[in-house]
Design a protein around this ligand. Sequence first.
Ligand SMILES: [Fe+2]
Length: 329
Amino acid sequence: MLKLSDIKSSEEELREYYEQLRSQHVSPLWLGGGISLEPKSKAIPYVWHWRDLRPQAMRAAQLVGTEQAERRVLRLTNPELPGASASNTLVANIQIVMPGEIARAHRHTAAALRLIIEGKGGYTVVNGHRIPMHPGDLVLTPNWTWHDHANDTDAPMIWLDGLDTPLVRMLEGGFYEEYDMETQAVGEGADPPPQWHYPMSQARAALERLAAERGGSPANPIVLDYTNPLTGGPTMPTIACQIQLLRPGEHTLAHRRVCCANHHVIEGSGYSLVGGRRLDWEEKDVFTVPTWTFHEHVNTGDRPALLFSFTDAPVMKALELYREEAKAR
Ligand SMILES: [Fe+2]
């Protein structure tokens, strides 16, 4: 019987063989794409500072009209990812709508969230429901919901957009459609559907209640999941949202999870240690934590810091890929 160790092929034979395979669009597994013992993200930990982002958003508003751009959006691009996204499966973008402007109605199968950063209260219309947008509010436009945005105030509206477009693109499941009018008709009277609107006032009250109950200890982080009131599950099938209160001086325990996470600093200042890098952050900054990367957050300010984050954890959980691990001390 022929043993593997008896095989003696010449370089010439192998070269010819590989050449043939290439021409037939076949690839030998043993030559590459090695096995990874654990997830290794191409994305790197990175922070985008509001002091840079805001002037560029305002500049975009001067340079580019709403006729030229379906949405006036600046994409935060992770330096090591080939696509224009902050993280592997999720984008984190900055959108600006100036006074009197609208962003016309459309829908897509990519799911989207908005975390309002700045403004005096424009609104988004989701499937005919008008949803107010105040700083810190979370507004959702899930998969295939019609949505348009408007700013009827005298100040710019700027928000963080989070979408699962890289995931949808990878899954080749993207559909897009424009509405037949610029804006949707708005129904009268009814409150906005609660599964699409999570006001900052409620999140803040819930965090403060939890902080009062728990007191202060690194083992007891003050963190809340936003849950869909209709399902009790995450905000959307592909994106989970959380908000964390860091007490002054708090330094969280390091852990890592199989999900990518984008964070937005609603209030406060501090830094995060993410995969050995120090990301200093201030109010309204955005930073990204790649999957399976140890991270810990530190509030260096003299008042509570509020961190909003969104992750692809629901996808990882649905596919039974989710894990988390505390760092050994
Ligand atoms: Fe959209």
